[in-house]
Ligand binder design. Structure first.
Ligand SMILES: Nc1ncnc2c1ncn2[C@@H]1O[C@H](COP(=O)(O)OP(=O)(O)OP(=O)(O)O)[C@@H](O)[C@H]1O
Ligand SMILES: [Mg+2]
Length: 254
């Protein structure tokens, strides 16, 4: 579903991603892990077109390296960010509908005049939001103001917004950060549901329990370079990986 070919990202003197090539298989959960500052978010930024890079990004067989950021969504790319943005004074439904915005097929005149095209698109967005909420198990709180919900739910809304555009691949950057163990378990189960819907999930996560439980495949990077790749078992027994994690003092790969 996604193929990265020789991706290199430089920030002035620093090489944040160093000649990374990898593939994410269709309808899998593939995790990208590594110590703090390893370059994981930068890989996602390269895929989304937010940073300049060398190399190529191929999505579902199509080279999107030069496709502008806002158009990548039409090629099936969905993304949630490391720092979530939730509109606290909007309902869950409204927050979700915002995610549909990039697909909305009407102009400002339609909006002002409330043309039939506008209402049709609004209706579609609403239906999609209900579908997404159903998938994530948050249908019963669609009318609730997002700001009043616990952090775990806000995280689900953020993931839901990325699902609104019906992506082929969903990039999730540390979705479990700040969640309680229980919230994290719920999220884990919902990510598996997303995969079961046929959506490929590319996941960055420090929560090793989640990573080892749900990943079909794991890629490990350190200082921007791939140091290991394989199943959970293969990766946790890899010496390079153990060294990288012990050296960083952030998490342990066991
Ligand atoms: N816009 C930027 N300008 C300069 N340096 C940057 C920029 N973004 C990231 N970096 C640097 O690139 C390196 C990789 O950062 P990145 O955020 O990709 O790491 P990460 O693996 O996502 O880390 P974490 O697990 O802490 O989220 C770090 O050294 C970081 O300081
Ligand atoms: Mg990061």
């Amino acid at each position: 579903m996604l193929k990265l070919e020789n991706i290199t990202v430089r920030f002035s003197g620093l090489v944040a991603v160093d000649n990374l090539s990898m593939e994410v298989g269709e309808k899998t959960i593939h995790s990208l892990i590594g110590p703090n500052g390893a370059g994981k978010t930068t890989v996602f930024n390269a895929i989304s077109g937010l940073v300049k890079h060398d190399g190529r990004v191929i999505l579902d067989g199509k080279d999107i390296t030069h496709v502008p950021v806002h158009k990548r969504v039409y090629h099936g790319l969905g993304r949630s960010f490391q720092n979530i943005i939730i509109f606290k004074y909007m309902t869950v439904l409204q927050n979700l509908m915002l995610g549909y915005h990039s697909r909305l097929n009407y102009n400002h005149l339609d909006e002002v005049m409330h043309t039939s095209r506008f209402s049709l698109e609004e209706r579609k967005a609403r239906l999609r939001a209900i579908e997404v909420a159903d998938l994530l198990g948050i249908k019963s709180i669609l009318g609730v103001y997002a700001g009043t919900l616990p952090y775990g739910f806000q995280k689900l809304i953020d993931v839901g917004r990325a699902l609104m555009t019906e992506p082929k691949i969903l990039l999730l950057d540390e979705p479990a950060a700040g969640l309680t163990e229980k919230e994290s378990d719920i999220l884990k189960e919902r990510i598996i549901k997303i995969k079961d819907k046929g959506i490929t999930v590319f996941l960055i996560e420090h929560d090793m329990r989640m990573v080892l439980d749900i990943s079909d495949r794991i890629t490990v990077i350190n200082f921007g370079k791939k140091i290991a790749e394989g199943s959970a078992q293969e990766v946790i027994n890899n010496e390079e990986v153990i060294k990288a994690y012990l050296g960083s003092g952030t998490a342990t790969a066991q």
